[in-house]
Design a protein around this ligand. Structure first.
Ligand SMILES: N[C@@H](CCC[C@H](N)C(=O)O)C(=O)O
Length: 281
């Protein structure tokens, strides 16, 4: 036995170890500690998120996708990984439109002629209970200040986000402020933290501190949250280009509150996971 196959993929540098649980049932019930060991960049394969493709539960879906952060914890959504998994499933089925199921619902994905993938990330939720926040406050103006950051916008894109607007996103010490805000009592399920500047008409520069990971080069759901937050504040229209460390994503907040995210998909390499990382001896 050569170990369990995986493929290393990324969306704008937000990177994933992707397992296929339809073929390799051993990856279907990974515990948090094992997932964290595999995701660790020093001792494991190394990735921001660990993804397991599983058989669809819903008859309308083509595959189910389970998402774990670098710390091993399971989470509800990952925009960049959804594009990657959709691309795999489109290749398998020979189709340009597939439905990817997650713990929060069914996501329609479409392959474009230029190789990018558009995913309908579902309906954003903006009520304080749905972000969720620890207090009943206006989610367009969350009363929270730290360092140069204040007055966040809360957006749930399946997962929780707090978006801060500043004059210059590059000037913010996100490594220092991100972990404090992620764990702030305002966010009972913790939060992904986005720091954004408006850099042109419908163009937003965004840096991110991801819950359960740290700074990443891109966050698809974070970009969706930033686009929605900027439009809510009247800073942009509903279609925006979000410039992340790893490159641009196009975000469109539709009138029915669904959010479309369009961006690239890349495969870095394939490999085999050996028993010791799975806790086997
Ligand atoms: N990188 C992701 C988001 C992954 C989950 C996030 N860290 C969370 O804990 O909610 C993306 O591309 O959306």
């Amino acid at each position: 036995m050569n170990g369990i196959p995986f493929v290393k993929m990324h969306g704008l540098g937000n990177d994933f170890v992707v397992f296929d649980g339809r073929r390799d049932p051993a990856v279907l019930d990974l515990d948090n500690a094992t997932a964290a060991r595999i995701a660790d960049r020093k001792t494991g394969v190394g990735c921001d998120q660990l993804i397991v493709i599983e058989p669809a539960r819903d008859e309308l879906a083509d595959a189910f996708m389970r998402i774990r952060n670098n710390d091993g914890g399971e989470v509800e959504a990952c925009g960049n990984a959804t594009r990657c998994v959709a691309n795999i499933v489109m290749g398998e089925l020979g189709r340009k439109d597939v439905i990817i199921e997650t713990v929060v619902g069914l996501l329609d994905a479409n392959g474009l002629a230029d190789g990018r993938v558009t995913v309908d990330m579902g309906q954003v939720r903006l009520d304080w209970r749905d972000i969720p926040l620890g207090q009943a406050v206006d989610t367009n103006h969350i009363p929270l200040s730290l360092g140069g950051l204040s007055d966040a916008v809360g957006v749930n894109v399946g997962n929780p986000h707090a978006v801060f607007f500043v004059d210059d996103a590059e000037s913010i010490d996100i490594e220092k402020l991100g972990p404090v805000l992620e764990h702030h009592e305002m966010f009972p399920e913790r939060a992904n933290i986005e720091v954004c500047s408006i850099i042109g008409e419908n163009r937003i520069r965004m840096r991110v501190w991801e819950r359960g990971v740290g700074v990443t080069r891109a966050c698809g759901t974070g970009a969706c949250a930033a686009g929605v937050a900027a439009a809510r504040r009247g800073l942009t229209g509903r279609k925006t280009e979000i410039i992340l460390d790893g490159g641009p994503l196009t975000i469109e907040w539709l009138p029915d509150d669904h959010v479309l995210m369009t961006g690239p998909v890349a495969t870095s390499f394939s490999g085999f996971l050996h028993g010791s990382l799975l806790g086997q001896h």
